[in-house]
Design a protein around this ligand. Sequence first.
Ligand code: TYM
Length: 344
Amino acid sequence: MAEATSKFTPRIFSGIQPSGGLTLGNYLGALKRFVEKQNEGIETIYCLVDLHAITVWQDPEKLRAQTREAAAGFIAAGIDPKRSILFNQSQVPGHAQLAWIFNCVARMGWMGRMTQWKDKTAGKNAEAESLGLFAYPSLMAADILLYHATHVPVGEDQKQHLELTRDIAMKFNHDYKVDFFPVTEPVIEGAATRVMSLRDGSKKMSKSDPSDASRINLTDDADTIAQKFRKARTDPEPLPEALDGLKERPEAKNLVNIYAALADMTAEAVIAEFGGKGFGTFKPALADLAVARLAPIAEEMKRLMADPAEIDRILGDGAERADAIAAPILQRTFDIVGMIRSRG
Ligand code: TYM
């Protein structure tokens, strides 16, 4: 473990926005790995970040439904709400409270340099975006540091936000002359840290892409999954005999990485098996594998969503357990900053 986090007990935190349905990108880049971390026996805290979701407009009823659906997705994928803490962010007030303190630690320039902020405002009038969207990374730092989390598994697109989290922790520690917040380690591992669109190998697979064919949704049934892989955009060449041959072939590379991640293999091993074979062979194999891995998750999600009260109960229980960890850390933060806390 890295020096800066060594005095802290290993603890994992990560989050997903319930701003749409979960995709294969969320699954391979995050959720599947959340389950692996849970099963390694490390303390794991997973959060549906509804406060982040509303940095862009969300219909209230849809947000509620998507939060429940995401919770069902976590459980169906293997998160055990007894072993992991699973909750929605807004039920633990410390996230917003610590975010405010971090808003006063972080600098405007740091936020303005975030590529996600730049991407989300590209070609638009940034002045018309919400203040919350600009401050988004500061709330993300609060999510993580509220629990003194030491490790954060994420996909590659979150790397810069995690660097900012480290900067905020270091600036806080420096300004207040304390060694209070850990300098968190990002954990970006596996064959599919950046799953690309099935229609365009230069674009990230995303829940907000207008084309449903560009992504696999965790709720897609077996036929839909198979059909989307069969129709995925590729080039006409067979798969190369060595990994190097995928360099200039983003669509082919993406499908190989997806196969590798779903099968728990390396991309090298996939190429060793399929090198020289055409997509007429590879796509059906990938579709079968994806259906075998994903269709049972969709089925289980459906079953879980039939009982929303039980999902709400699980989220409430998770929030209570999260709050119990967060409260003393928040209390100490207020002390460090110089706030009077005398309500008993
Ligand atoms: P979000 O909701 O966009 O995505 C959730 C997780 O899924 C990963 N991911 C992907 N991985 C590989 N390929 C893709 N195409 C792909 N799309 C999404 C993301 O990297 C992420 O790990 N800001 C975060 C949510 C957040 C958070 C946190 C994460 C809020 N607070 C604290 C970690 C710790 C976000 O928007 O993720």
